[in-house]
Design a protein around this ligand. Structure first.
Ligand code: CP3
Length: 343
């Protein structure tokens, strides 16, 4: 094991005392960076994901340009349904597009639990190459979507304001929904284990659409499966669970064995600390749109955010992914404000 030059992020995940909190931004490798847009013009989305040299270059771009304390591998949560025999396209102006959505038990039977090394080898190659390019400057985060969030796309067939078709499968045909969720869970566990074996230092599960469910339905259709993933991974690596809009589940999540929990900006630091009992590392929760404020104001708000969460057991981040219209200097102001924090 070579040692990392900057291990603040891993220290915070382990709950160790730090001189300042670490910082990274969800979706930091992407659309607000001119260097990313230049590559986007030349190569389509899944070519960028499937070509280790491109994925590694895009992953390292924000480290060179902005300087956060962790890198997150450039990829997408939707490579999982793709590997499971569900066709996924990325359409300009629309986003994810799945021409044959999964709508019945019969459809679920066509979904396979693949050999991840066979279907997703390009991801593991990208991890190895990225680790070389990072040269131990910062840790590398691997990620996956939660089974529920993947089901949302697999069943709905595209992004949606309410994922009504996904909910219909869950509530009208629960046996089909649970069979699909279990297949996604099994694939995700094998995938994240292979990511760890390839060199990632921590993993994050994105439950981007968990907040669409009622607290009771959340337990049945989302949390139950995330818990399986945490159980399977927690001995091997640090697991972060980010549930967008899922503050209502924080109490349960805090008992799961996850190293850290992500929160969005609608949940105050005080409420998140209260619900989680104060002992677990929290990550978040700057409103991504607030990066449109002038840099001076961003810096003040970041200092306030750290004061509220406390500098220990805390990873400074946004409350969801960075938006395409954020000026690069504002993203840098966010990261710099955390790096300059002292108390
Ligand atoms: O930090 C990073 O940039 C790492 C890479 C990353 C991407 N997607 C690249 C991407 C990560 C961590 C994701 C996760 C992801 N993908 C989530 C969970 C996080 C979240 O934001 O809630 C979800 C729901 C998806 C599904 C997805 N992929 C959507 C809805 C879209 C279209 C809308 C959009 O955000 O642009 C994508 C496409 C996508 N994934 C892009 C990028 C950089 C933009 C399209 C492109 O580059 O051509």
């Amino acid at each position: 094991m070579t040692t990392l030059k900057n291990d603040l992020f891993l220290k915070a995940l382990k709950g160790e005392t730090v001189e300042r909190p670490p910082v990274w931004m969800m979706r930091q490798a992407g659309r607000y960076l001119p260097e990313f847009m230049a590559l986007k013009k030349k190569y389509d989305f899944f070519t960028r994901c499937r070509t280790p040299e491109l994925a590694a270059e895009i992953t390292v771009q924000p480290i060179d340009i902005i300087g956060p304390d962790a890198a997150i591998l450039f990829s997408d949560i939707l490579v999982i349904p793709q590997a499971m025999n569900i066709e996924v396209e990325m359409k300009d102006g629309i986003g994810p597009w799945l021409p044959n959505p999964v709508r019945s038990l019969k459809d679920v039977e066509q979904v396979v639990v693949p050999d991840v090394y066979e279907e997703l080898g390009y991801v593991f190659d990208a991890i190895k190459l990225t680790k070389e390019m990072l040269d131990n400057r910062v840790p590398l985060i691997g990620f996956a979507g939660s089974p529920w969030t993947i089901l949302c796309y697999a069943v709905q067939g595209q992004g949606s304001k309410n994922f009504d078709k996904a909910k219909e499968l869950c509530f009208a045909h629960p046996e089909a929904a649970h069979a699909l969720l279990q297949k996604i869970t099994d694939t995700t566990i094998a995938y994240l284990k292979a990511k760890v074996a390839s060199g990632v230092n921590a993993v994050q599960v994105f439950d981007s659409w968990g907040g669409m469910l009622s607290p009771t339905d959340y337990q049945e259709f989302s949390w139950k499966y995330i818990q399986q993933i945490v159980d399977a991974l927690k001995e091997e690596t640090e697991v972060i669970v980010f549930g967008k809009g899922c503050w209502f589940a924080l109490q349960e999540m805090a008992k799961s064995g996850a190293a850290a929990l992500g929160v969005d900006w609608t949940c105050s630091a005080r409420n998140a600390r209260y619900l989680t009992g104060g002992n677990i590392t929290l990550q978040g929760n700057f409103d991504p749109s607030r990066l449109l404020s002038p840099p001076d104001q961003i810096k003040k708000m970041v200092t306030q955010m750290i004061d509220e969460f406390g500098k220990d057991r805390y990873v400074a981040n946004l409350g969801h992914g960075i938006l395409p219209n954020i000026p690069v200097e504002n993203a840098r102001a966010f990261v710099d404000a955390v790096k300059n924090y002292s108390k």
